[in-house]
Write a protein that binds this ligand. Structure first.
Ligand code: HEC
Ligand code: HEC
Ligand code: HEC
Ligand code: HEC
Ligand code: HEC
Ligand code: HEC
Length: 356
């Protein structure tokens, strides 16, 4: 019985070897013919993928298989602001490095914050997508799920280092843009020329760290210190509600039965009985403070009724108050990224304007 099986196995192996020889002979003839008729580059590129497939038959199927490993993420991503946002039309060098996949990939490859100023605007730019964050189709193996970078990030505005695991990736983009000096108490008057004065749009990392504000903050930054991977602990916790929040939607709220619903899965890891973002009324308290600061800023002519900046020359204290107001509002977490620091920013701003 055992002998019979062995003989059969032997025959099967021989057959496979013969088939392989035939196939490889055929391959080399095709390669020769096509090399003669087409460009070398074309031949080289197709050989590379063929090599991957021949080298490890499972490679493509590590990802392209009958599981939903890719599809489930695509569905979530399609519902994210990375996927639906329109700011990837900001495709010139200055903006493309954070707003387009191509610009970001170029600067990470170069290891710099800038891409060359005179680089032409990126054509056919794409928004942040799978390839922006993962090494897709680099080795054509499962190893390509690796993130493009997880190196600690030195914040361009303040020089502080942000280092929280996989969320370091996010912070390459979600940091205030450099170029404006933060006012210093007792310093010279500040000439505000831009109506958009303040840290540009994504100061979430500096908020978490508790840096980049007007005034010297000495309190704690609990959600930086306590989390393992910063942003990811709250925004990507995988008990995502389908495609509504968490995971690759990065969303913290969604609509459920027509009601705005908070995504608390991440919070529950640390706050066992949390029922609302407004834990201990912290958001409510901060909302009252930011309104008080807004009214003072309007009264003293730093912003208009709609919140747009007004150009002019102001004392360092006034400019500092505006800086803190913008930092709080542009962070857009209603202070949750760093409740202690948020309170400090607003109180310092209010005090500075009340002294006037
Ligand atoms: C690390 C996982 C992974 C591996 C391994 C992998 N792919 Fe992909 N592939 C992806 C992802 C992710 C996408 C893009 C999906 C999206 O954009 O929504 C993709 C897209 C594609 C597409 C659609 C066109 C495109 O480029 O967007 C083709 C075709 C493809 N892959 C072929 C292959 C082949 C052939 C191999 C093996 C030689 C391979 N892939 C290996 C993850 C992988
Ligand atoms: C390549 C730069 C880049 C990286 C990396 C990046 N983001 Fe973003 N992110 C953006 C841009 C640009 C937008 C705004 C997109 C738009 O509105 O067109 C955005 C939007 C968002 C939003 C939605 C904001 C809103 O308007 O509701 C969240 C949440 C977010 N990012 C979280 C993250 C997290 C968490 C990570 C890391 C896992 C990350 N981002 C990585 C650039 C980036
Ligand atoms: C350091 C990375 C970075 C650079 C450089 C950058 N941005 Fe952004 N920008 C972001 C991020 C991240 C967001 C999303 C932040 C959020 O949703 O809170 C954003 C959001 C925006 C938005 C949407 C804001 C809103 O309130 O809806 C606009 C418009 C924008 N950026 C324009 C620009 C322009 C124009 C430039 C170039 C002059 C530029 N950005 C350069 C990171 C950057
Ligand atoms: C803004 C950056 C970003 C984008 C865009 C993005 N991812 Fe991810 N992805 C991450 C991060 C960060 C993690 C790790 C999350 C964690 O640590 O829990 C991850 C994890 C994953 C994983 C699990 C990987 C593993 O090692 O098991 C898969 C699969 C995946 N992403 C697929 C995709 C696909 C498919 C797309 C496009 C539809 C995509 N991602 C787009 C940031 C991103
Ligand atoms: C402790 C949990 C936590 C951490 C850590 C965290 N976030 Fe958030 N984030 C939130 C919550 C909660 C909100 C929404 C608050 C609200 O709507 O009242 C939010 C709001 C945001 C928003 C505004 C758009 C939106 O989806 O509401 C952006 C953009 C954002 N976070 C990005 C980031 C980035 C980037 C990081 C890492 C640098 C980060 N967050 C870290 C909890 C967190
Ligand atoms: C990795 C652990 C961790 C996660 C995740 C986390 N927190 Fe916290 N948070 C803390 C710690 C530690 C403190 C400080 C001690 C305390 O107040 O319990 C804190 C403090 C707070 C405070 C201010 C203190 C107060 O009086 O309540 C609020 C508000 C808060 N968290 C809300 C949230 C929300 C909302 C989420 C989810 C979006 C969240 N936290 C996610 C660990 C975490």
């Amino acid at each position: 019985m055992k002998k019979k099986i062995l003989i059969l196995l032997g025959l099967a192996v021989a057959l496979v070897v013969i088939l392989l020889v035939i196939v490889s002979c055929k391959d080399s003839t095709t390669a020769e013919t096509s090399a003669a008729g087409s460009t070398v580059a074309e031949t080289a590129a197709s050989t590379t993928v063929a090599e991957v497939v021949a080298g490890d038959e499972g490679a493509c199927a590590d990802c392209h298989n009958d599981t939903t490993v890719i599809f489930s993420k695509e569905v979530q991503y399609a519902n994210s602001v990375h996927g639906t946002g329109l700011t990837f039309e900001r495709n010139d060098a200055d903006c493309a490095r954070c707003h387009t996949s191509e610009g970001f990939t170029a600067r990470i490859a170069a290891g710099t914050f800038e891409i060359a100023d005179d680089a032409p605007a990126i054509q056919n730019a794409s928004p942040v997508n799978c390839r922006t964050c993962h090494n897709i189709h680099s080795t054509y193996t499962e190893a390509d799920w690796a993130l493009k970078t997880t190196d600690p990030v030195t914040l361009e505005l303040t020089g502080d280092v942000y280092d929280k695991g996989n969320s370091n990736l996010c912070v390459n983009c979600h940091q205030p843009r450099p170029g404006t000096d933060i006012p210093i108490a007792g310093g010279a008057d500040v000439e505000i020329t831009s109506t958009r004065y303040g840290p540009h749009h994504g100061p979430q990392s500096s908020m978490l760290l508790g840096v980049g504000g007007y005034g010297e903050y000495k309190g704690s930054s609990v959600h930086y210190d306590a989390t393992e991977a910063g942003c990811i602990d709250c925004h990507m916790t995988d008990s995502a509600f389908g495609k509504q929040a968490g995971g690759h939607t990065w969303k913290m709220a969604y609509v459920f039965h027509e009601a705005e619903t908070e995504f608390l899965a991440g919070c529950l890891k640390c706050h066992e009985d949390i029922e609302t973002f407004d834990r201990n009324g912290v958001e409510t308290e901060l909302a009252v403070m930011v309104e008080e600061l807004r009214v003072l800023l309007v009264k003293q002519g730093l912003i208009d009724d709609k919140g747009a900046g007004i150009a002019g020359t102001f004392t360092a204290e006034q400019a500092g108050a505006l800086w803190n107001y913008k930092t709080f509002t542009e962070d857009r977490s209603n202070g949750l990224h760093n409740p202690g620091f948020a309170k400090f920013l607003l109180q310092t701003g209010i005090d500075a304007l009340k002294k006037k």
